[in-house]
Design a protein around this ligand. Structure first.
Ligand code: PAF
Length: 254
């Protein structure tokens, strides 16, 4: 049975317990609405560690768009059932007032990669992500923390932050989990209409079959997508698009 911990002080007591100190701890931070992508992170953590901690916290500081935050799916009962079935040891469910006792006076900023791709279109987004992840890493003090490659830019930024601030947790990436038709799993996919859910598959298909960003952008726009960016950085092609106001991101190694 997954033990639910709602306060930082309660978590700190667990952390000092002998099991926690002596065993290897894996951590999977999430914003809930758990799907098979999250479960792949949890599976890897379970395989590699004695104890697995999952957190659920819909972090307001990383939402630059108020309506995106308001529409973010919350499915706590189903999430808890999945965590129990996966035999997760601890669910950490902090609240804003405790996590942000400083009311976000202090934040973490990265000045290069965080300004590109999603960062160029979502001002402040990565400051919010890095700040909350640093807080969570400092509270949980896991040996390993797991992040999905769908959010590859996020993974790189968190890895860089952990190294820069000497955080004693190794940041591990896990390959993107996709539906049978190729669409990367995301908590936002449930907000797509049936018709647009079918249309959405064009996005990963084009990222997989072309390395000409302008061509991909033109084809997506012709099909009714609003495109934020299609861009190659090093050996990956990254994209972010909207379908009926739902933002989808993806990336593929080329
Ligand atoms: O990827 C997410 O779900 C979030 O950005 C994270 C890492 C849990 C931070 O809020």
């Amino acid at each position: 049975m997954t033990k639910i911990i709602k306060t930082v002080s309660e978590f700190l007591i667990i952390r000092e317990s002998s099991n926690y100190v002596n065993d290897s701890v894996g951590f999977v931070p999430t914003m809930g609405a758990l799907h098979a992508g999250h479960m792949a992170l949890i599976k890897k953590s379970k395989e590699e560690n004695d104890i697995t901690v999952v957190s659920i916290f819909v972090n307001p500081t990383q939402f630059n768009d108020k309506s995106d935050l308001e529409n973010y799916p919350i499915t706590l009962t189903e999430d808890l059932q999945k965590l129990n079935e996966a035999d997760v040891d601890f669910l950490f469910l902090p609240n804003y007032n405790e996590l942000y006792a400083d009311n976000y006076k202090y934040s973490v900023t990265e000045n290069e990669l965080s300004k590109k791709l999603c960062g160029a279109f979502r001002p402040g987004h990565f400051d919010g992500v890095l700040t909350v992840v640093l807080k969570l890493l400092n509270i949980v003090r896991a040996n390993f923390a797991y992040f999905g490659e769908k959010d590859y830019q996020q993974y790189l930024l968190i890895k860089g932050m952990a190294e820069s601030f000497f955080v004693n947790t190794e940041i591990v990436s896990v390959p993107t989990v996709r539906d049978k038709d190729g669409l990367a799993l995301s908590s936002r996919n449930v907000r797509l209409s049936k018709e647009n859910r079918v249309k959405a598959t064009l996005f990963p298909q084009l990222l997989n079959h072309s390395v000409v960003p302008e061509k991909i952008r033109a084809m997506l726009e012709e099909d009714g997508f609003k495109v934020d960016y299609i861009e190659i950085i090093e050996d990956r092609i990254f994209g972010a698009v909207y379908l009926e106001g739902v933002r989808l991101i993806d990336n593929v190694k080329i």
